[in-house]
Design a protein around this ligand. Structure first.
Ligand SMILES: Cc1cc2nc3c(=O)[nH]c(=O)nc-3n(C[C@H](O)[C@H](O)[C@H](O)COP(=O)(O)O)c2cc1C
Length: 176
């Protein structure tokens, strides 16, 4: 089974990237070698070459990302809360992915992070709708890691309950 953890923002040195790396370790403990797809590596020239264009020009960096998506059977999305929803770049990424093959009949787990007290609850709901529309089934357990910066040290989550929920979700994803 092919797993990809998506760090769902293009923000520099994002918390999502750090949490994605820690999630990768948890999956490794469970015997799964997952890759991380960081939206920081999104080729932004895709807006000029490909996305929403009638005539699409080749974009090698994007094609490489699309290949990762093609190969993925199960996703984990680490979703930071931006203005009460998920980051716009995540929607750009979905819009750029080939429809319908990219997400049809696939599975996904969603993990929310925020500095406030919602933990991306709405963001995960919004994104689950997008994924479901595109044909991906979403795991019911969606941990909300609220006040994330207060619960991390040196780029790692220190809150044991947060870690427990991440592991529980990872275990559920394996059999989903
Ligand atoms: C553009 C932007 C909008 C944000 N909006 C919210 C918000 O609506 N609610 C909230 O609790 N935190 C909000 N935050 C804080 C982020 O959720 C929090 O800092 C998160 O850890 C950022 O993750 P990242 O480093 O992966 O971007 C926002 C941050 C940014 C950059």
């Amino acid at each position: 089974m092919n797993y990809t953890i998506v760090a769902s923002t293009s923000r520099d040195q994002s918390v999502s990237s750090q949490v994605a790396a820690q999630y990768q370790e948890i999956l490794a403990e469970l015997g799964v070698q997952a890759r991380v797809l960081d939206l920081q590596d999104m080729p932004i020239d895709i807006l000029e070459t490909t996305l929403y264009k009638k005539v699409k020009q080749p974009n090698a960096a994007w094609e490489q990302m699309q290949e990762v998506v093609n190969a993925t059977e199960k996703f984990v999305f680490v979703i930071p809360e931006y203005n009460g929803s998920f980051p716009g770049i995540l929607k750009v990424w979905v819009d750029a992915c080939k429809f319908p093959t990219s997400f049809k009949h696939k599975k996904a787990a969603l993990l929310g992070i925020s500095d406030g007290t919602q933990g991306s609850a709405l963001a995960m709901g919004h994104f689950a709708d997008v994924l479901n529309y595109a044909g991906t089934h979403t795991l019911a357990l969606r941990p909300r890691l609220i006040q994330i910066s207060k619960n991390m040290q040196d780029g790692r989550i220190t809150n044991v309950e947060y870690l427990m929920f991440m592991r529980l979700q990872a275990e559920q994803l394996l059999t989903f």
